[in-house]
Ligand binder design. Sequence first.
Ligand code: F6P
Length: 527
Amino acid sequence: SHLRDLFAADRQRFSRFSVVWNDWLLDYSKQRVTTETMEGLLALWQAADVPGWIARMRAGEPINHTEGRAALHIALRHPTGPIMHAGQDVMPAVHAELDKMRRFAGEIHGRHWRGATGEPISDIVNIGIGGSDLGPRMATQALAAFRHPDIRVHYVANLDGADLATVLSTVQPRTTLFVVASKTFTTQETMQNAASARHWLVHALGEAAVARHFVAVSTNLAEVARFGIEPANAFAFWDWVGGRYSLWSAIGLPLVLAVGFDNFRRLLAGAHAMDEHFFATPPAQNLPGLLALLEIWNSNFLGADNRAVLPYSQSLGLLPRYLQQLEMESNGKQVDRQGQALDCATAPVLWGEAGTNGQHAFYQLIHQGGRQVPCEFIACRQPDFDLPGHHEKLLANCFAQSEALMRGKTLAETTAALAASGMSADQVAFLAPYRSFPGNQPSTTLLLPRLDPFNLGALLALYEHKVFVQSAIWDINPFDQWGVEYGKQLASRLLPVILGTASADQLDSSTAGLVAACRNPPRSGRD
Ligand code: F6P
């Protein structure tokens, strides 16, 4: 069926296929589903025992079975009451760490924490990568409207020296605090950037300055101490927090410094509200459940191999990047929980960009490129930066895109419209095929009241649980990431070859050729 026909046949389609939670609206009526499809999809919830998996997660069972770990990120935003892990309530430790973050932010914001020369801190540089970067970086931009006026927060992730060097060129050693964030405290990128930052600081202020200008966030406090950061300046989290699920832990420290602890608390409260909704709501009204099932419909049944996330919010511009790690590192798997190869696709390729910018870049392909691109539009009723004349136009563009993608424009409609504009019959016949649109491109629209800490927290928890539901249905472990390891191992093996201290003999000819070309610039045969 074509979506245009489904809408024409059912005037109740919007109310039938939309859900309200608090003051949020999830409209999935522009997905290519019928009542019958939804019944079939909703049955997957029980068939895959999603309630059982939720119970196992909440009980702190080692559901990350390849690493023997629990996945208890829900504890990080749990307000009261015990959450057990290995026979112990984790909540006292969670609250103690939150308290340490609150006190530390109070010292920085109150200008009580001084650098080595006695000056207050004005710039924070978070050094971390993957889950130790993307969450706080994205949330700092998302909550720009809530920013502390005196503090600038920068993020450095890439091993490429250009990342750190460009940030260092904008800050002063006397007024800069580095947060070295790494779950393992062994990640090559972070350790290299931290060492270079330390060198920069020590060169300017001397070795003793490190204590006033470096703090760390890690589960590996022994390595933190070895790096030279005092235990008092180390913020802990635990191995039952996956890197890409760690924004809610001390990994959120740069965000706390950017927007204040009270706003971080509101973020946690929003995530907790979504946890409660997820745990207690039947699948037909369950927001994470619905998003999970609709994507399974699009990828496993309709054959779409990708999904575009399109926030009509400049502040949510980094959301697609954050979701790339959350969704693709979690569910980009092809071996099930029994070690057997799967016979179906899992996480589709996720990509996207803030609207309206994307409209002037890649939307052409979504409208007329002939590929299935399920789209997820995210919009807010109220703007976070209220410049007159902007927000209504932004919303009009967002809704117009999903309408156009759904409806399309037939050759007959285009022909009639061009003829009515006074064009000659020859011109009409020539142009009409180019100016027609197939439509039937599925989309979901999530309409939030506004982008604030509470709603951002709920939004991110929504996606975490969506990933979890899909992992249960695909029967995969969403909490490991062995695929990342192999490349890291090969990079360690190649480094001595690039440095010239090991031979390239064992390498394939392409890799050996690339290494050789770095040492001796290649010459074309024509020279
Ligand atoms: O990319 C692999 C990964 O292990 C991610 O899962 C993690 O978020 C990232 O590296 C950073 O790891 P760490 O926080 O230990 O430095």
